[in-house]
Structures are given as structure tokens and as C-alpha cells.
Design a protein around this ligand. Structure first.
Ligand code: NAP
Length: 484
């Protein structure tokens, strides 16, 4: 099955921070892949903007190098890069000063969609928003895209929202959480709301519990200084894991429209109970001198920042009363694997007797690697010798299901940037959602700060601290293996 490319209208896209890491690794290669897929309209323009002195040609060289390093797609033929580079320009601009703004405005075309990607630190969001208005680059139809971290806590998130709101309406603000741009995550909604099979079972009566795991093998490496002020709770749970939880737990929205979906997600966050201190485990990786430990990577021998979190929480509403949600994320774990597992309850009565053992249906939604879904079903073990039961997966790997063109399924950034151009906010976080998420995580973080709790050490390459295994064992459950 070939993925269908839906054209977008011509646009001017300005990437503030165009020389930075995110632009080079994700945004520019992603735009190139959309170009190769034929989705870049005639008349589209992409302008990098930052303080570094450079001309258009210099920036095009940088973009070409980034694309060579971080990848085009299979459909990007020789010569396509040169064509793509013709859309690219560069403007020296200081977000905090007056330089470059008039020149940047002169480069923009009248009558086209204008999108401004803030691929810079959040401390510059206010400066950029103010100058975009002051110098007349942005109007009421323009869009701004902002990156995580969206605040450090509720107070700073509120301040950021208020700053942006001084210059832009909520309908113009696109807060990126790239997890929402993943194919599987959107498929989760398609599976839930496009089939009659799952939704009747999607509740506390039939679901025993839900596990969400985002496991990484990398450490904090080069960004230890930033990460040490953040930790796994702020860096991963408050945004990515909570967004996944929302999509799993939300009620069916009336329509697949931005505010209908985001209203339902917000209700989930607001229904989350506070987390009890003994329902949360923090960890920090330890390389025992063979590999760097977290504290070495962070450059602070006494750091108490967590590189791992496991927690149990409850969504207090009729649908989920009594069904625990277990969330887990960490760095330097045994494998890079992200998945959501919906573990259904046992059949109410086994006609096969105790010897048949315990069998459960599990719906697994794999985010990485190999995006796909798997439904574990129980069948008879083939052959003679009575009724022996075995669990087998009904597997749907997107790569297989979509055929040879599936590599061309856009990655999260590509899809989300095209949604910005289309003006579709469904997969972007609304300001009140972000604030509600901080309102839930802030007391958890304050709690362990007040108690002076240190994270538990765990071995590099393991599944996290033993206490996180106990979090499940105490409930008679167990985490799924972290494996690729
Ligand atoms: P980075 O590599 O440090 O790049 C920052 C960019 O901002 C550079 O292009 C820099 O260029 C520009 N800049 C800094 N001060 C400026 C000013 N006063 N005026 C104009 N431009 C200025 O950072 P990054 O990793 O790309 O991250 C950008 C944002 O995305 C951050 O908010 C980060 O948290 C977020 N993010 C990054 C990643 C990632 O994988 N890198 C992932 C998720 C979120 P000049 O020095 O030339 O001005």
C-alpha cells in the first residue's frame, strides 16, 4: 500500500535556531523527505534564522551536510537535494536585539501561510513572539511552533503561556510533543475508535492494567548539564508518557477535531489521582567504573536527579476505577524499546481446568523500534494429546502491512510540521493540557524534594532498580521484558 501524499498550500517557514541541533537532526531532514515525497508545494520557502553570520549559500551547505548526515528517504533521488536547496535561505537575526528583523520581513511573501518554528531555548520565546508582532512579520493567521521543554513547572509553564498569549491566539500556537506525531500513536486512536472490537472492552471491567514503557539505551551524554536540572519526570513523564496515557484513557471524542480530542485528553489529566510516595520509584544509572555513571555524565558527583522513573497511577472515573496504569521510563536500560501494553483480565471461568494455565489477552502498541501492534490471543497448541493452550501473537507490523513503501511513512517531525502548515492542531498540546500535566507532576517532585529522597542506583544495561520490579510484584503483576 502506497502512502497517499496530500498536498499543502504554499508557505513561508522560518526556523529560528536554524543552525541548532534540532533543526539539523530533525526539522531540515524531515522537510527534505517531504520534498522527496512530493508534498512540498511550488512557492514554499524555508528560512533559517540565527545569530551566526552566514549567507544563503553557507546555510545551504550546512543543510546539505545535515541531510547527508541525518538522512533523506528512499524516494530521495540524486539531484533532489539540489532542487530542495533552492527553497532554502538564511537570515542573521538576533532574537534579543533589533538586527535582521526588517531584512527577514522583506524575505517573506505576501498572501502565503506563515509559520515560525521556535527551535531555540524557551527563554527566547517571549522575545521572538514580541518581535514578530512588533516588526510586522506575523499576523492573526500566522502560526508559531514551540518545542519542549514547555516550562520547568506549573509556574513557569503558566508564565510561558501568558507570554505567548500576549502576541498570539491559542489557535496559532503549536506546542510540539513529537510522540503524538508517531504513526503508531495515531493508529492507537484508529484502532480504538475505528473498530467495534476494542472499545466495548476498553474499561475497568475487562482491562486488568496498562503498562507504558519508554526505555532508552543512551545516557544523558552531552546534554548532562541540561538534563540534571530536569530529570526523567520533567523530561519524559510530564509530556510524552502522560500524552500516551491520555490517548489510551480518554473517552471517545465526538469528532476527530483538535478541541474535541484535546478536551478529552484534558479530562484524563484532571482525573488523575495524586501519586502515593510508595507508588513511585526513582533511579539513577551506575556504570560501576566500567561505563560512565549518571553522576559522571551529569558532571555532578552528588547529583540526586533521576534518570529512571517507574510509577503507578489511577484515573479516577467510571471507565477506569480500580485499573492501575504503570508508567516507566529510563536511560541506559537494556534495550531501546517503547510500548504500551493493555493487559486484559482473565476469562471469568476456564472450561479447560487448572492444567491449562493462565492466559491473558494483551494488546501491545509498539512505538519503537518497528512501529506496530500485536494482539496476544490464546489458541490450542497444535497436535494430539488433549487441549493444551498457548498464547500466540496476531502481529501487525506497519512495515509489513504497508508494503515496500512503508519506509516512506513520514516520521513524527515531518508529519507535525505539515500539520502546522495545514492548520491542524489535533496532535499538538493545548496550553491548559500542559498546565494540568504540570499541576499533577509538581507535587510529586516537591514531595521527594521535601523528603530529601535520593534515587536508587541501577546497573547500566539493566531494567532499572529492583524496587521498580517490586512496584508490580506487590500487586501480583509483572513488567513486560524490555526487549527490541
Ligand atoms: P541548540 O543546538 O543549542 O541551538 C540553539 C539555536 O538557537 C542555535 O541555532 C542558535 O544559533 C540559536 N540562538 C541562540 N540564541 C539566539 C538568539 N539570541 N537569537 C537568534 N538565535 C539564537 O539547541 P537545540 O538542541 O537545537 O534545541 C532547540 C530547542 O529545541 C530547545 O528548546 C530544546 O530544548 C528543544 N529540543 C531539542 C531537541 C534536540 O534533539 N536537540 C529535542 C527536543 C526539544 P546562534 O548561536 O547562531 O544564534
Amino acid at each position: 500500500m502506497v502512502s497517499r501524499v496530500i498536498p499543502v498550500d504554499p508557505f513561508d517557514l522560518v526556523i529560528f535556531g536554524g543552525t541548532g541541533d534540532l533543526a539539523r537532526r530533525k526539522i531540515l531532514p524531515g522537510l527534505f523527505r517531504r520534498f522527496c515525497a512530493g508534498q512540498m508545494p511550488e512557492g514554499a520557502q524555508i528560512i533559517g534564522a540565527a545569530r551566526t553570520e552566514m549567507d544563503d549559500a553557507g546555510f545551504r551547505d550546512m543543510v546539505a551536510e545535515a541531510i547527508r548526515e541525518f538522512g533523506g528517504g528512499r524516494s530521495c533521488e540524486d539531484g533532489t537535494l539540489d532542487e530542495f536547496l533552492k527553497l532554502i535561505g538564511y537570515q542573521v537575526v538576533d532574537a534579543k536585539g533589533e538586527d535582521g528583523w526588517k531584512e527577514l520581513k522583506a524575505r517573506l511573501n505576501d498572501g502565503l501561510i506563515r509559520a515560525f518554528y521556535f527551535s531555540v531555548g524557551p527563554s527566547l520565546f517571549g522575545d521572538l513572539a514580541e518581535r514578530l508582532r512588533h516588526f510586522g512579520l506575523a499576523d492573526d493567521d500566522s502560526r508559531v511552533v514551540v518545542e519542549k521543554p514547555f516550562g520547568h513547572d506549573l509556574k513557569t509553564a503558566r508564565a510561558l503561556n501568558a507570554t505567548l498569549a500576549q502576541h498570539f491566539d491559542e489557535t496559532q500556537i503549536y506546542r510540539i510533543d513529537h510522540y503524538l506525531g508517531k504513526e503508531t500513536v495515531q493508529n492507537l486512536m484508529a484502532v480504538r475508535f475505528g473498530n467495534v472490537l476494542f472499545e466495548p472492552l476498553w474499561n475497568a471491567q475487562y482491562v486488568d492494567h496498562i503498562q507504558i514503557t519508554v526505555a532508552e539505551t543512551v545516557g544523558v551524554g552531552g546534554r548532562g548539564g541540561y538534563y540534571d536540572k530536569s530529570g526523567a519526570m520533567r523530561d519524559m513523564v510530564q509530556n510524552h508518557l502522560m500524552q500516551l496515557l491520555c490517548l489510551i484513557a480518554m473517552e471517545p471524542p465526538a469528532r476527530f477535531e483538535p478541541d474535541a480530542v484535546r478536551d478529552e485528553k484534558l479530562k484524563v489529566i484532571r482525573a488523575l489521582d495524586p501519586v502515593l510516595p510508595h507508588h513511585i520509584v526513582r533511579g539513577q544509572y551506575d556504570g560501576h567504573g566500567v561505563e560512565p555513571s549518571y553522576r559522571e555524565d551529569a558532571g555532578d558527583p552528588r547529583s540526586t536527579t533521576e534518570s529512571f522513573i517507574a510509577l503507578k497511577c489511577h484515573v479516577s472515573n467510571w471507565r477506569w476505577a480500580g485499573t492501575p496504569f504503570y508508567l516507566r521510563t529510563g536511560k541506559k536500560l537494556r534495550a531501546r524499546a517503547s510500548e504500551i501494553a493493555v493487559v486484559f483480565k482473565d476469562a471469568p471461568h476456564s472450561i479447560f481446568g487448572a492444567d491449562a494455565g493462565r492466559h491473558r489477552n494483551i494488546l501491545t502498541i509498539r512505538l519503537q523500534p518497528n512501529e506496530g501492534m500485536e494482539l496476544g490471543v490464546t489458541i490450542k497448541e497444535p497436535g494430539p494429546g488433549g487441549m493444551r493452550l498457548v498464547d500466540v501473537p496476531l502481529d501487525m507490523s506497519f512495515a509489513d502491512a504497508l508494503g515496500p513503501d512503508s519506509e516512506e511513512v513520514p516520521d513524527a517531525y515531518e508529519r507535525l510540521i505539515m500539520d502546522v502548515i495545514r492548520g491542524n492542531q489535533t496532535l499538538f498540546m493545548r496550553g491548559d493540557e500542559v498546565e494540568a500535566a504540570w499541576a499533577w507532576t509538581d507535587p510529586i517532585i516537591e514531595g521527594w524534594q521535601n523528603r530529601g529522597e535520593a534515587p536508587k542506583p541501577y546497573d547500566v544495561g539493566s531494567s532499572g532498580p529492583d524496587d521498580s520490579l517490586m512496584l508490580m510484584h506487590r500487586d501480583g503483576r509483572k513488567w513486560r521484558d524490555i526487549r527490541t
